[in-house]
Write a protein that binds this ligand. Structure first.
Ligand code: SF4
Ligand code: SF4
Length: 484
């Protein structure tokens, strides 16, 4: 794995929190303030893990950009601790700082003390939302519509997806772009417009049967189709099902799937995230499955925390722990069961691999995606410099912090250029959308794909696609296949 060089290591002395909170802790708070609630809910051992060594600083993209201590993991953790200890109130400046953080978790990978920054980050953002320090009518409206309306209601989300598909498929979107009518849009929406991903004509339930079986099933797995993933990368879901079938897995894809709640958890809506976790657990027959598979790194990282999220819920705690144990990223699962190698004879191709933050830092999965790629005959994997450096997607960061996001995207594409690879593979829908938009905007003739799609393509080129897609009549309550 290629990591950015660790240079200019910051001082290793024990910094004075008042000093490292420059501009935030000492400034007189403006407007609304709030007391700690969520950060107090966290086990105090998590709050006090940081020993201020500074090893994480060179790996933090926001610190790298500004060289300000408050934009570093160490500075942010110090602020969170001050609030948890009631030495500082939640302020607007604190709120802005928490939303300037990408949540990329590079600091977790770098930290020798095992600081659980992901937990701290989620609880700190919940603190910001609970205190209302960033509230204004426009922001509240957008959050209510998006997080509590759209992303809790799959029917509404799909209806919006259909509308966008019509807008794109009829050529209206291109016409609007050609006539430069996007100039008439409000600034924020105008900036977001190039990021609009292409919605697929068919969603996952039109491409994948509820149960599909290979000739001789070795395992029975559930497939998560995601929310946005279902609209814009339903083909990747189909590819994932094909790869699972080719590897001896019966695939169960429930129709009633919900957003996993990662968007809510990462944006301070912990209670809604808990509700979405309960709904996801209810969608699957956990006892009848060997694993639950996700192909979206950002979702996977969150899906594996249901046990923590629901540990105080007497009705769901045990099932959430069972869920965590069965939840597998597709690459992780394939590496675990052994990848059925496609037969040689396919076209040679050069591919580089961008590591989605929530796969390499969030889930610590670095080798399995490389194993998947290397299993493809004729594929020449060229290592990407700074492969673990965030591409700037980071959930909705490319919408909320467009300048910083664009800088990171530019840096990522410059690294891709160095490899001379015509294909960049990455395993997260957010990264794919971000990189595809950057490639399109800059006119680069490079393709961005999910690693699993390349493996599925390789199986298909051997003519193995048709026999693999055998819808099974087995119902949810049917016994598991032989070898289960
Ligand atoms: S999550 Fe990323 S941006 Fe935030 S503090 Fe850690 S390394 Fe920096
Ligand atoms: S988060 Fe970890 S690496 Fe960073 S300063 Fe604290 S202990 Fe050191």
């Amino acid at each position: 794995m290629s990591r950015p060089p660790i240079t200019n290591l910051p001082r290793l002395t024990h910094p004075d929190p008042r000093e490292i909170i420059d501009g935030i802790g000492r400034a007189a708070p403006q407007g609304k303030t709030g007391k700690a609630v969520y950060l107090k809910e966290l086990d105090y051992s998590v709050i006090q893990q940081c020993m201020h060594c500074g090893m994480c600083l060179p790996t933090c993209p926001t610190y790298d950009a500004t060289k300000l201590e408050r934009n570093s993991p160490r500075g942010r953790i110090a602020l969170m601790r001050q609030i948890a200890d009631d030495k500082m109130e939640v302020t607007e400046a604190f709120g802005r700082e928490m939303y300037f953080c990408l949540g990329c978790l590079a600091c977790e990978t770098a930290c020798p003390a095992g600081v659980e920054y992901g937990k701290l980050f989620e609880y700190a953002r919940a603190e910001v939302e609970h205190s209302g320090v960033l509230d204004n009518p426009k922001r509240s409206l957008i959050r209510n519509v998006m997080l509590r309306g759209l992303f809790t209601n799959p029917h509404l989300l799909r209806a919006l997806g259909r509308l966008i598909w019509v807008y794109q498929a009829t050529g209206l979107q291109q016409l609007v772009r050609d006539l430069k009518l996007t100039r008439l849009l409000p600034k924020k929406i105008r900036e977001m417009e190039p990021l609009t991903p292409t919605v697929k004509a068919q969603f996952s339930d039109q491409l994948i049967a509820r149960v599909e079986s290979p000739e001789k099933p070795r395992y029975r797995v559930g497939l998560l189709t995601g929310c946005v993933q279902d609209l814009i990368y339903s083909d990747v879901n189909r590819d994932t099902a094909d790869v699972l079938l080719a590897n001896g897995c019966e695939v169960v894809t429930p129709r009633s799937q919900y957003c996993c709640g990662s968007l809510h958890a990462h944006n301070g809506e912990i209670e809604t995230a808990r509700e979405m976790a309960r709904r996801s657990i209810d969608s699957f027959d956990l006892d009848g499955l060997d694993a639950i598979i996700t192909n979206a790194a950002g979702c996977g990282s969150h899906l594996k925390t249901y046990g923590h999220l629901l540990h105080n819920d007497p009705r769901y705690a045990a099932r959430a722990a069972q869920w965590d144990a069965k939840l597998k990223d597709i690459h992780e699962w394939l590496a675990q069961i052994g990848i059925t190698p496609p037969r040689p004879g396919v076209e040679a191709m050069k591919v580089t691999y961008h590591e989605a933050c929530h796969l390499c830092h969030g889930q610590k999965i670095t080798q399995p995606p490389r194993e998947v790629l290397k299993a493809i005959p004729g594929l020449d994997l060229v290592e990407l410099p700074e492969s673990t450096w965030c591409c700037g997607s980071a959930g909705i960061y490319n919408i909320t912090q467009p300048e910083m996001s664009k800088e990171l995207l530019k840096r990522k594409l410059e690294q891709v250029d160095k490899t001379n690879a015509p294909i960049v593979a990455t395993a997260n829908p957010g990264c794919l959308v971000q990189i595809v938009s950057g490639l399109r905007e800059s006119g680069r003739e490079i393709e961005a794909v999910h690693p699993v799609s390349l493996l599925a393509k390789s199986y298909r080129e051997q003519g193995r696609e048709v026999p693999l897609r055998k819808p099974s009549a087995r119902s949810k309550s049917d016994p598991a296949p032989a070898g289960h």
